[in-house]
Design a protein around this ligand. Structure first.
Ligand SMILES: Nc1ncnc2c1ncn2[C@@H]1O[C@H](COP(=O)(O)OP(=O)(O)O)[C@@H](O)[C@H]1O
Ligand SMILES: [Mg+2]
Length: 297
C-alpha cells in the first residue's frame, strides 16, 4: 500500500507551491516512508522494443516540464535514450561507462540535454566493455548505486533507461533504484516475460535491495481496436490491480518519429496523443509519489 496507511486526503490537502513539493508534503511522505527527494526509478523489461527508452525519455521530459529537477541515466549500450534527448552518443567526452568503472566522477560525466530541460548521464557502445570489466570488479552490482550517492540532493527524480536483458547493467540499475517502472506491450507473451521480471525483482528485494518497489506497470503502444490487446490489458488489471498505471500510452507515430529529431515528444509535437499521454503519466507518477501537481508548463 503506497500511502503507508495514511488517508489520501492528508496527502493532497496541503498548499500547492510552484516547482517543488511542499515542505508539509515531504513531511507526510517521510512519515509514510516514501522517498521523494532523489527518488531513483529504473525503466526495465528484459524484452526489447516494448517502449522502455521512449518511456524513460518522455517521462523525464514531462517531469521536467512540470518543474521537477530530473536526471536521465542511460545504462543501455545502444545509447538510444542519449540520442533521443539530443546528445550525440558518438561524441561523448565521458559516459556511464567511465562512471561505472570508477574512471570519472558522476558530476563530470553528466551533460545537459541540448533540447530539453533536464540533465543526462549519456551512454554508448563503450558500456558493453564496461559490462565485461565489471564482471571481475569488486562491488560490481553496486557501482551505479555508489555513483549516484549524493545525486539525490541535486535531483528530485533520477530515471534510468535499462538495456533489454537482465544482465549486470540492469542489475546495477535494480540495486540502485527505489522503484521499477515496467513498460509492457499488451500482447500474447507479455505476461510470461512479466513473471520472470517480477521473480528477478523479488530476488533483488530479498538479497541486495530490500527497498525496491514496483513503481507500476505501464501499458504501451496500446491499440484498443486489437481484441488481444484488450484481453491482456484486462488480465493485467485483474492480477496486478493498482500496480498498473491507469494512464495508457497509445500507439502513436509521432512518438516513433521524435527520437530521430533528438527531441522528446513534448518538444516535437506537444498536441499529439503521445505527448498528452506521457504528460498524464508524469502527473499520475507524481500523485503516486504523494506529490501535488504544481505544473509550470
Ligand atoms: N507508443 C508508441 N507508439 C508508436 N511507436 C512507439 C511507441 N513507443 C515506442 N515506439 C517505437 O517502438 C520502437 C521501440 O521502442 P523503444 O522505446 O526503443 O523500446 P525499448 O527501449 O523497450 O527497446 C521504437 O522505434 C520507438 O520509437
Ligand atoms: Mg531501449
Amino acid at each position: 500500500m503506497r500511502w503507508g496507511g495514511l488517508p489520501r486526503f492528508l496527502i493532497f490537502s496541503f498548499p500547492r507551491h510552484r516547482n517543488r513539493q511542499s515542505v508539509p508534503g515531504r513531511l507526510v511522505n517521510w512519515i509514510a516512508g516514501i522517498n521523494t527527494m532523489g527518488r531513483i526509478v529504473c525503466v526495465a523489461n528484459q524484452k526489447g522494443g516494448v517502449g522502455k527508452t521512449t518511456t524513460a525519455v518522455n517521462l523525464t521530459a514531462s517531469l521536467a516540464s512540470l518543474g521537477r529537477k530530473v536526471l536521465l541515466v542511460d545504462i543501455d549500450p545502444q545509447g538510444n535514450a542519449t540520442m533521443g534527448c539530443g546528445v550525440n552518443k558518438h561524441e561523448l567526452q565521458s559516459s556511464t561507462c567511465d562512471v561505472l568503472l570508477g574512471e570519472q566522477k558522476l558530476q563530470a560525466a553528466i551533460t545537459r540535454s541540448p533540447t530539453a530541460d533536464f540533465d543526462v548521464l549519456p551512454a554508448n557502445s563503450d558500456l558493453t566493455a564496461a559490462e565485461v570489466g565489471l564482471m571481475s570488479a569488486p562491488l560490481r552490482e553496486k557501482r551505479l548505486s555508489l555513483a549516484l550517492e549524493g545525486a539525490d540532493e541535486r535531483y528530485e527524480f533520477i530515471i534510468i533507461d535499462c538495456p533489454p536483458s537482465l544482465n549486470m547493467l540492469t542489475l546495477n540499475a535494480l540495486v540502485a533504484a527505489h522503484g521499477v517502472l515496467i513498460p509492457l506491450q499488451c500482447e500474447y507473451y507479455a505476461l510470461e516475460g512479466l513473471s520472470a521480471l517480477i521473480n528477478t525483482i523479488r530476488q533483488i528485494q530479498s538479497s541486495r535491495n530490500p527497498n525496491l518497489k514496483i513503481e507500476g506497470i505501464l501499458r504501451t503502444m496500446h491499440d484498443p481496436r486489437n481484441r488481444l490487446t484488450n484481453e491482456v490489458s484486462a488480465q493485467l488489471m485483474h492480477y496486478f490491480k493498482n500496480h498498473v498505471f491507469s494512464t495508457i500510452i497509445p500507439r502513436n507515430v509521432r512518438l516513433a518519429e521524435a527520437p530521430s529529431h533528438g527531441l522528446p515528444i513534448l518538444l516535437y509535437d506537444s498536441n499529439s496523443r503521445g505527448a498528452v499521454s506521457y504528460l498524464a503519466l508524469a502527473s499520475e507518477f507524481l500523485q503516486r509519489n504523494g506529490q501535488t501537481l504544481n505544473a509550470t508548463a
